[in-house]
Design a protein. Sequence first.
Length: 306
Amino acid sequence: MEKDYLNFIRAFLGESAMMRPVPTLLKPFVRKDPAIKAFIFDVYGTLLISASGDIDESIFSTDNIYRALNSAGIQVDSSVKDQAMLLAEVLEEFRQTVRDYHDKERTEELPFPEVDVLQIWEKIILTREKQNQLVLDGPLCIKCFTFVFEVLSNRIYPMPGMKELLNQLSAQSYPLGIVSNAQFYTPVIMNFFLHDTISEDEAVSPFDPDLTIFSYKYMRSKPDMFLFELLKEQCKRKYDLFADEILFIGNDMYRDIYPAFLAGFKTALFAGDTKSLRLRQEKPELKKIVPDYIITDLMQLITILN
């Protein structure tokens, strides 16, 4: 199945059910600001509707593992007496491995380590195969399994206005970028929803590849300041932009607005979907942090330009 991976993913994404954002009670606050010269976006919960609200808050279930295994040509061995128990063990092993990795790798210099889900799942599945608990129908397509499991666990769909907004900003030659907690499948999903193409190319047009920062590439996750400082350096190097000429748009006050504010960016809180809005009012770091703008619809960003 490995050679058919991309066609497999195209068919899977093509069956994505339409989702709509659930309006919040927040009111938009947007005003014209000609000083803004670049737009940087979060992905999950901002550009994409996320059923769980964020990539890190996926809802895992044994049913999703079962469906993902079948999709990737992996079966539970007939010798396993309690299939449900095995799937529950596999799910808990995944959760514990992620927790252990975070605990092991977290340091003062690396406060928010990011995992590589492909490596974790490959080790788990191959170990279970050696233990005669899982049977592979040919070479392991770990990307097939992981993609299906992750998307089943956190259903996604384009946020209304996503494509129109990006096309309009791009047509006006604004540099566009991304800082997102992400995995290998994130650019695949974005390219499918934006361009109806399926590839493993990490470039997602119209975003500038030099301003596109996915957490799994750096093994650091938001709100790690490293990601935002890297973006700031890239904007200065390539476009000679200062931090206050850059607008960062995200749905999470702690993971998006807080580090963007510390980096000196202007900020816009996306409050267009109850499922993804994260005000994080319990965080003491946010007591004096106020976003420059609040938007409840992506197209409201155009107000800044006109």
